[in-house]
Design a protein around this ligand. Sequence first.
Ligand code: PLP
Length: 494
Amino acid sequence: MPDDTFVPHTMGQQFGRRSWAEPWKIKMVEPIRQLDRAGRERAIREAGYNTFLLRSDDVYIDLLTDSGTNAMSDRQWAAIMLGDEAYAGSRNFYHLEGAIQRRFGYRYVVPTHQGRGAEHLISRTAIKPGQWVPGNMYFTTTRLHQELAGGTFVDVIIDEAHDPTSLHPFKGDMDLAKLEALIARVGPEQIAYVSLAATVNMAGGQPVSMANARAVSELCQRHGIRLFLDATRVVENAFFIEEREPGFAGRSVASIVHEFCSHADGAWMSAKKDGLVNIGGWLAVNDEELFEELRNLVVVFEGLHTYGGLAGRDMEALAVGIEESLEDAYIRARVGQVRYLGELLTDWGVAIVQPVGGHAVFLDARRFYPHLPQDAFPAQTLAAELYLDSGVRAMERGIASAGRDPKTGDHHRPKLELTRLTIPRRVYTQAHMDVVAESVKAVWDARESATGLRMVYEPKYLRFFQAKFEPLAAGETATSEAGGSEAAYSSSRG
Ligand SMILES: *Cc1c(COP(=O)(O)O)cnc(C)c1O
């Protein structure tokens, strides 16, 4: 499919002249409030201009993340009451194991407290120090666990993923030539495994096509390399396949998920995303020997292999959440709400990543603030400005999130410098999306007056969570310790 002919559907096109609505009604409400301007100024200053350090009570509409922020259904809350809190052999584990085997198709299941618990276990077991781990763009916790296990992550995503204006329908695809070249250079035995994520969070929630998953799987088999799937948002990924990939129109999302997973030797999931729960994760593989190692290791780091750090009730809620996440009406409304926000901003000429992905609208901070160098943290600045304008909380996904190269100590300088408006599942209504869009528009209109930030506190690991910043005065230039320079910044944009 050529890039330039792809036009994302609007909800209007899908549903003719009729409006659409969420496939649920609200049974319980949680009040929210908006601080006044002076209150927001105080709150963001005290948070070191890092939205991760704001108190939730000071946030009006919380689009920090779609992780663990899901609203559970009445059926899931009922499932909570069926928790079997036995230390060993809880019936809820067997329900969860059955749901994962049935829906994702893997043989052996290890529960974990969340996605990074699974990443830790698979990285420790499947990576030998000095090996390489190719993937379709890095994810923060995934790459860190690969590095802590002695591996080196290599990005083999297609080039279009780094271009926020490319309308390629599957910007999450792996570049088979890049993958082949790496295998040729280091040798297949030096590849720990190939790490495929669907959708690709850091690229803007962009999907991977079934054709690409199949081709990557065939390539891996040819070289005797294992392929593991980060299935955190695989349901959203399947929705895009149904919508965009020839031959899949009209197929159920559940059947697409099952087929997609069949291309990998195993998968892990942060169930806090598409699993429709507030906490949880899992790891599943087909290889018995690998499973035995994982099942042994989970006892050391997470908990016994029939709870993996989860309460029985949480496993039950997840077993139900997996089923609900695969309902076509649910996933259409989920992605539809994200798209609604994206289309408002597109219509108003605001710079966002196109096409709009599955879980979030990503603002392109480079095009908001072309006058700010990357060392002045444009995306972090944009998140702070948005909070100041309305109390809407977004998240930086740019140079602060990218961290530093462990070898040189310099900042990683990602081409994408984005601020993410992440939509929690089943939590907000279309009216909330209108309020968010209007605030983003106000920040866009005031974009020329932004002056940027300097980092004044930097933690060693995953610094974006806890770093603190200070506003730069107008005209003051950003400085970067550890060897960062304007020259390096410019070349990284080329
Ligand atoms: C959130 C996330 C993870 C990590 O999962 P946690 O549950 O937050 O530990 C891994 N991969 C992707 C793609 C994610 O979005």
